[in-house]
Design a protein around this ligand. Structure first.
Ligand code: HT7
Ligand code: ZN
Length: 873
């Protein structure tokens, strides 16, 4: 596929001010008639053909220009484009009709069928699969949409904006008309027609306007939509309170569908959701699912301003809406739940996925400057690192200037398609700061590494901190410039209290490192302090320090920043684990460190620590964390052995305290998904996991008892998750019981598929193959594919990376098979190869072989071919 480059951006030659769509939903005879009000763009080229994008579509007849049929010589049609050779040099209308077969659309882009509904997905380039159009985000139009369908087949007819008309038609058909007054790019267009249940509510905006809210779900699932509705109302209120953003239509509709390529989509006034992010009840969803629903509902709602009212000029600017909106949803969750716990879980996710992406063949800047397939850039770098960049901006200029900058952004760019430069200029103006160096965060890929070393002068009481930054090479970027790195910090005295900080630019507790190397001196101290740096993870960097392990345990106990208490324990544990991996590879037993066990014991004994935070403190770094820290010549089996070995040693040391903790957290009351109750369940699950680390008969019994006693899905799943790692009869018994209980409930059975896919045992690949034939699995549904195959590839490091290469071969077969049907989902699976070069040579060779086999396959989609090319480059 051809590359698109940011440097080659040109404004569109034509603009489309108004779109009138008439959609007749009728199975394989579905017709879409669009009337476009087009005019030459004064900022574009003149006297050039009008080229409308298309993708796998055909015209039902000749186009009409100002109501006159075009002659065959006046235009050319291909499935990829409709070209009008010599359009008028004035405003004109163009009428186009296309014929579609939604049921045959397995790519789930454009207009397709999901269960009892016709639905659409247009971001990034799906609108061109519905009708020919100038499919780019800087062409903004108002839309009026008439939908017609059979009344029985599709009693619900929805589109963007406000409902303006509806009525009955002969032959059991009916229609509805929707009008969206807000100009939008076509990627925000949506339409739904189907037989769906609905839950309704309402919201009164800050200025007193009444908004009708509705969530449409599969019939019979209405009672599972109440948490999503509650999250929606809280999101609407929060955006008014915190960002001064009011909703701007008479209705806000959400539709949950079961076939969806991603999580959800922010179409104006008509969000379409993967049902996984809408449906929840205590019996079917875990606390994690509830948290996911809250975050995704908020995220899509917040797009109404950051994405919809102000959109992106081009797809290179994707982080303009996505990074900013992730930042907003993370802040929302922090306000709704525990700020430190949210920060820890966001950072865990960032490191597990984005840091790995940034260190491998798929590394790219937060704002990429070239792409072959835009669908491959909906990445952790654009989303999560994009959010970190916004958070750093807030840290650098302060909260007040940040809010003012956001106000500038909303007022300057409302109704427009903007760029990162325009966005950053708002904050430069609001803070009177030069942010040109800060822009490097958008253009330089790779995770910066900061080395902090210190010296202490007893005579003068001066503590000197030296900071050195380097940014590693990434594909296409060998030479890097120093970045602006805001590091929140504190110095702890011997009693564990924060010392008042004097000295070089340190009054605010923030060091801004903007050179390759810089020293900061702190004078007038009585004794050598202990440094707590990158508090709250103020910058997304890899930090190394000269802190001793005793310093780390001191921080774990006393740091006033809960994030860094957690970080100190993680760092200490990682040091032990890495030494242990070397020991295991050398044929020795896994290592442990009694000081770590003591730190665990003292955290458990500390009544000040809330359960959700304690659960995080007691969770060891993941296998991915360890692999990332090791960096190369990675042996996943040795990592697994080191980690389980340490877990067992720690659990033995604090066994009594864990048992008390586990017993003390039991709750027989009714299930509530609130953060406090969820935190207690999370801690109880962590305790169970540690107690059962031996994976012996007693562990199997306890985990089975936990599973059996559960009165909600969270507890049931934590029991089953622990059991899944224990090869005892109770495991199969519990899996069979779970299936019987939830047979027919696809979303719940996804959990069942995933847990089996991540069992770290040699038989798992065969189990996955067997499960692919199970009635609970379907290759046509993205959630099922992700639950079974995605979980195996992304979350089972020992079995996906099997030394014999069978895991890689399996995934390659799946990708090759799925690619023609759903290239987006196939390409996403390839993410599992994001760090294949870091593996030890044997596995690396086998991964390369599998990737080359995919690369050699005929007729690969742009999605898959782009990724294999980059993986192998
Ligand atoms: N903006 C949405 C992205 C999305 C998407 C992109 C490509 C293909 C299918 C898709 N479905 C949704 C979701 C979001 O970030 O809010
Ligand atoms: Zn988004």
């Amino acid at each position: 596929p051809r590359s698109v480059r940011l440097s080659e951006y040109r404004p569109p030659d034509y603009l489309i001010d108004q779109v009138d769509l008439d959609v007749v939903l009728d199975g394989d005879k579905t017709l879409v008639t669009s009337v476009l009000e087009i005019r030459p763009n004064p900022e574009g080229r003149s006297n050039v053909p009008l080229v409308l994008d298309g993708d796998e579509i055909t015209l039902a007849g000749p186009p009409l220009l100002d109501n006159d049929e075009l002659t065959p010589e006046a235009y050319v049609e291909t499935p990829q484009a409709l070209r009008i050779h010599m359009p008028p040099k004035r405003a004109f209308s163009l009428k186009i009709t296309t014929k579609l077969d939604p049921a045959k659309n397995t790519k789930l882009m454009g207009l397709y069928r999901s269960g009892a509904a016709y639905c659409t997905q247009c971001e990034a380039e799906g609108f061109r699969r519905i009708t020919y159009f100038i499919d780019r985000p800087d062409v903004l139009s108002t839309y009026r949409v008439r939908i017609e369908a059979g009344r029985k087949e599709a009693p619900v007819l929805l589109s963007n904006g406000n409902p303006v008309e509806a009525g009955l038609l002969p032959n059991g058909r009916h229609y509805a008309v929707w009008d969206d007054p807000w100009p939008k790019p076509c990627y925000l267009f949506a339409l739904v027609g189907g037989d769906l249940g609905v839950v309704r509510d309402s919201f009164v905006t800050v200025s007193g306007r009444h908004v009708g809210l509705a969530i449409y779900v599969e019939h019979g699932k209405e009672d599972r939509a109440s948490y999503a509705m509650d999250a929606l109302k809280r999101s609407m209120k929060w955006d008014e309170d915190v960002f001064g953003r009011e909703y701007d239509l008479q209705v806000f509709n959400i539709v949950a569908v079961s076939d969806f390529n991603m999580g959800a989509m922010e179409n104006k006034g008509l969000n379409v959701f993967n049902d996984k992010y809408v449906l929840a009840s205590g019996d079917t969803a875990t606390d994690g699912d509830y948290a996911g629903i809250e975050a995704v509902i908020a995220h899509e709602y917040f797009h109404n301003w950051t994405g919809n009212r102000i959109t992106c000029r081009d797809w290179f600017q994707l982080c303009l809406k996505e990074g900013l909106t992730v930042f907003r949803d993370q802040e929302f969750t922090a306000d709704m739940r525990s700020r430190p716990v949210e920060r820890i879980s966001d950072v865990r996710g960032l490191r597990a996925i984005q840091f790995v992406e940034d260190a491998g063949p798929f590394a790219h800047p937060v704002r990429p400057d070239t792409y072959r397939e835009i669908n491959n850039f909906y990445t952790a770098t654009v989303y999560e690192k994009g959010a970190e960049v916004i958070r750093m901006l807030q840290a650098l200029i302060g909260r007040d200037a940040f809010r003012l900058g956001m106000e500038f952004y909303f007022s300057r760019h409302d109704g427009r398609a903007a760029t990162i430069e325009e966005f950053i200029a708002c904050f430069a103006d609001a803070s009177a700061t030069d942010l040109s160096q800060f822009l490097l965060w958008y253009s330089q890929a790779g995770t910066p590494e900061v080395a902090a070393t210190s010296s202490w002068d007893e005579d003068t009481g001066t503590y000197t901190l030296n900071l050195l930054q380097t940014v590693p090479k990434t594909p296409g970027q060998d030479i890097k410039k120093p970045m602006v790195i805001p590091l929140a910090f504190g110095l702890l005295g011997m009693d564990g209290e924060d010392l008042p900080i004097g000295g070089d630019n340190a009054e605010s507790g923030l060091i801004v490192l903007n050179k390759a190397e810089h020293s900061f001196a702190f004078r007038g101290l009585n004794s050598r302090p202990v440094l707590s740096i990158n508090r709250t993870f103020s910058a997304p960097v890899k930090l190394t320090t000269d802190l001793t392990e005793n310093d780390l345990f001191f921080l774990a106990r006393y740091d006033s920043d809960p994030f860094n208490r957690w970080q100190a324990l993680q760092t200490a544990a990682l040091r032990v684990l890495i030494r242990s991996v070397h020991a295991v590879r050398g044929g020795n037993r896994p290592l442990n460190d009694p000081r770590l066990a003591e730190a665990f014991a003292s955290a458990i004994a500390d009544p000040e620590i809330d359960p959700a935070l304690l659960a995080q403190l007691l969770a060891l770094p993941s296998e991915t964390d360890i692999a990332r820290e090791i960096g190369n010549d990675v042996d996943p089996d040795a990592i697994y052995a080191a980690r389980i070995g340490l877990k067992r040693a720690l659990a033995r040391f604090v066994r009594g305290a864990l048992a008390d903790l586990y017993r003390g957290l039991v709750n027989d009351g009714p299930y509530s998904p609130d953060a406090r109750a969820a935190g207690r369940r999370a801690l109880r699950a962590t305790a169970l996991d540690l107690i059962c680390a031996e994976q012996d008969d007693a562990s199997a019994m306890l985990a089975f008892a936990h599973y059996s006693a559960a009165n909600n899905m969270t507890d049931r799943m934590s029991g089953l998750a622990v059991l899944s790692g224990i090869d005892r009869p109770e495991r199969d018994q519990a899996f069979a019981d779970f299936y019987k209980r939830h047979k027919g409930d696809a979303l719940v059975l996804d959990k069942w598929l995933s847990l089996q896919a991540v069992i770290p045992e040699a038989g798992t690949l065969d189990r996955v193959r067997r499960l692919m034939k199970h009635e609970a699995f379907s290759m046509a549904n993205p959630n099922r594919v992700r639950a079974l195959i995605g979980a195996f590839a992304a979350s089972n490091p020992t079995q996906f990376n099997r030394a014999d290469g069978a895991g890689f071969d399996f995934l390659a077969d799946i990708v090759i098979d799925l690619d023609p049907k759903n290239p987006q989902v196939a390409a996403r699976l390839l993410g599992a190869f994001r760090s294949w070069r870091a593996l030890e040579p044997g596995r690396r060779g086998r991964a390369e072989f599998a990737l080359k086999r995919i690369a050699a396959t005929d007729k690969l989609s742009p999605d898959v071919s782009d990724l294999v090319i980059r993986a192998l480059a």
